[in-house]
Write a protein that binds this ligand. Structure first.
Ligand SMILES: Cc1cc2nc3c(=O)[nH]c(=O)nc-3n(C[C@H](O)[C@H](O)[C@H](O)COP(=O)(O)O)c2cc1C
Length: 233
């Protein structure tokens, strides 16, 4: 039987354009994504390699009343300044100056695109709160991993996440990973009735980009090759 993936055999340069054109998208058209298309994107994402082919991580599509409840719970917690322990550590602590500069540059690119000044706390909060609504994207995913996995499992799942982003892009869709959700793992588990060993990796917004939205004009830079590659002989 022919592999369903063969239909996606691409021109050699299309990977380059997928990678070059992908950006985090934070405003979406009010247009539904067909379940079959989402299934196709997830199937492509699962082609990611993983150690011993364990294929760690899974996705939950949160819809209808469950999505409304989750969004309400997250927004309420965030507005109230709630804190809870995260399932995994992310940023180095303390943050070295070189990384802090990258973080600030990314924030400036995002908030600058919507005309929010660095000192405008209310404006930044308004944008940040949209994380908890999945940026009103038609598809709201929660990415989870079994808590028995260590760092390697997260690494493998990261490949799947990038695969998902590029697969979505190849189908005319856009995405934004939402690490902000990992700040409320217990709340998410309670809201979605997940077991204690389902660790919350991030949320993912997915849908058709609103190309004209100011926030989607955000462009981030990358460090130069010599900053992350060297030869030792
Ligand atoms: C795991 C992960 C978590 C992220 N979390 C958030 C988030 O909570 N909110 C947000 O607006 N962007 C989030 N982003 C998007 C990053 O800010 C973005 O990838 C980075 O600035 C580079 O920009 P680009 O994706 O447009 O190339 C996240 C990205 C990744 C990979």
């Amino acid at each position: 039987m022919a592999s369903p993936l063969l239909a996606h055999q691409a021109l050699p340069d299309s990977f380059i354009s997928l990678v070059a054109e992908r950006r985090s998208i934070r405003a979406y058209q009010n247009k539904l994504v067909a379940d079959s298309l989402l299934g196709e994107v997830l199937t492509l994402a699962r082609q990611a390699p993983s150690g011993a082919n364990l294929q760690p991580g899974s996705f939950i599509s949160v819809v209808g009343a469950a999505r409304q409840r989750l969004t309400a719970d997250l927004t309420h917690a965030w507005r109230g300044g709630a804190h809870e322990p995260e399932d995994y550590t992310y940023f180095p602590s303390p943050m070295p100056m070189t990384l802090r500069r990258r973080q600030v540059a990314a924030a400036k690119a995002l908030y600058g695109s919507i005309g929010v000044a660095q000192e405008d706390r209310a404006g930044r909060d308004l944008q940040f709160e949209q994380n908890f609504r999945f940026f009103d994207a038609p598809v709201a995913l929660i990415a989870t991993i079994n808590g028995d996995f260590g760092s390697g499992g997260y690494m493998d799942f990261g490949m799947t996440l990038y695969g998902l982003m590029l697969a979505a892009q190849s189908q005319g869709l856009a995405t934004c990973a939402i690490g902000a959700m990992a700040s409320y793992p217990g709340l998410i588990r309670r809201s979605l009735s997940l077991d204690a060993n389902s660790k919350i990796v991030c949320g993912i917004a997915l849908g058709y980009a609103d190309a004209d939205a100011a926030v989607n004009q955000t462009v981030t830079e990358r460090c130069t090759l010599d900053q992350y590659f060297r030869v030792i002989e």
